[in-house]
Write a protein that binds this ligand. Structure first.
Ligand code: MG
Length: 358
């Protein structure tokens, strides 16, 4: 049973829901241009969302990287159409998500914002952190990888320097083989850290992909994320059976149903709140993936500390964590989770622990 079902309702007024929700569109600027195989950008569109209940407020945020089909204006429209009386406390997350899915089968970033705000509130109203509320307190320290985008030699070395004492690097690669080999060789001349690589669908055919996988396996690379386009399902099946390292699905895997439908194509899956619709669906996704014998990674978009901290409460369930997306935000509007040499330091306090900065 998911927590929140059948909990004593301490603050509800009979016949009145008492919840209020506000949200607004915004944009977060990056410290550095972030380039992946399909695009380069300096900012990300977001929606900030707050849900108030009595004297408490829960924080949520949706972010919209360009590779996602989701569009911010349509997500704002979705939020405007919600009947907030359907989100009554104590929050029955299964029923709430059924309702959200009935309003729209998509608009998952907006659902993620609502879901993380409600989890924040649920923790605050019961005096627990979200990981405590979900009975997922980590038993050992958790660490995140550090992501390095596509760029010049000078950029790569600067990023390598920033990575400092992180235990693991994730390198963005793309369609250009010469760049891919040059970037990995450059990084290898300056670092012995274990690596993962992420092509964001950049390799166009399976022969190119297997050649790249074989070359990378001699370079201390432990996994390769989404090498080919989402539509190349037969090629993923072919590649998986030949690959000496784990093939991880990211863009191919949005919802829990995708994990079931595409379990044969990948060794593991990258689960993100913005793709699946929040903490409840990510929890469902990771349990499903583990039952199916898949490796699990908890990822994020380039987004503020609000969404990343919410995700980190599920960290104990995953094989790998890739939660460094807020490091590139120039003026993070929130405080919460921090990374110290890659180690995840949670903020403490009830709920997600997210607060408005300044
Ligand atoms: Mg990825």
């Amino acid at each position: 049973m998911y927590p929140g079902h059948g909990k004593i309702c301490l603050f509800s007024s009979p016949g009145m829901n008492g919840l209020r929700m506000r949200f607004e569109a915004g944009e977060l600027s990056f410290r550095e241009v972030f380039e992946v195989s399909s695009n380069a950008r300096r900012s990300t569109k977001i929606i900030d969302l707050e849900i108030y209940y009595h004297d408490q407020v829960g924080y949520g945020q949706a972010s919209f990287p360009p590779y996602m089909v989701e569009n911010r204006e349509k997500n704002l429209e979705f939020l405007s159409n919600l009947d907030i009386s359907r989100l009554a406390y104590p929050f029955r997350f299964a029923e709430i998500h059924q309702y959200l899915d009935k309003v729209s089968p998509v608009h998952r970033p907006a659902k993620a914002a609502v879901d993380m705000a409600l989890h924040d509130l649920a923790g605050k109203l019961t005096g627990q952190t979200v990981s405590n509320y979900l009975m997922l307190e980590p038993k050992a320290p958790l660490f995140s990888s550090f992501t390095i985008g596509i760029g010049s030699d000078e950029f790569l070395l600067r990023q390598l320097d920033k990575a400092g004492e992180f235990p693991f690097l994730k390198i963005k690669l793309g369609a250009v083989s010469d760049y891919n080999r040059h970037a990995i060789d450059l990084i290898r001349r300056h670092s012995n850290l274990p690596l993962g690589v992420d092509f964001n669908q950049g390799l166009q055919d399976r022969e190119t992909a297997i050649r790249m996988v074989e070359w990378l396996s001699g370079k201390g690379v432990e996994y390769i994320e989404q090498p080919m386009p989402v539509a190349s399902e037969d090629d993923y099946l072919w590649l998986k059976s030949r690959s000496p390292m784990d093939i991880i699905g990211d863009e191919s895997i949005q919802t829990p149903q995708d994990i079931i439908n595409k379990k044969e194509l990948f060794h593991g899956v990258n689960i993100k709140l913005m793709k699946c619709g929040g903490i409840y669906r990510a929890h469902e996704s990771v349990r499903l993936a583990r039952q199916l014998g898949l490796k699990t990674m908890l990822g994020c978009m380039v987004e503020s500390t609000c969404a990343i901290t919410a995700a980190a409460h599920l960290g104990a369930l995953f094989d790998r964590l890739d939660l460094d997306g807020s490091l590139n935000i120039a003026d993070d509007p929130y405080t919460g989770m921090r990374l110290e040499h890659g180690r995840i330091i949670m903020p403490g306090g009830a709920g997600t622990g997210v607060r408005k900065a300044g």
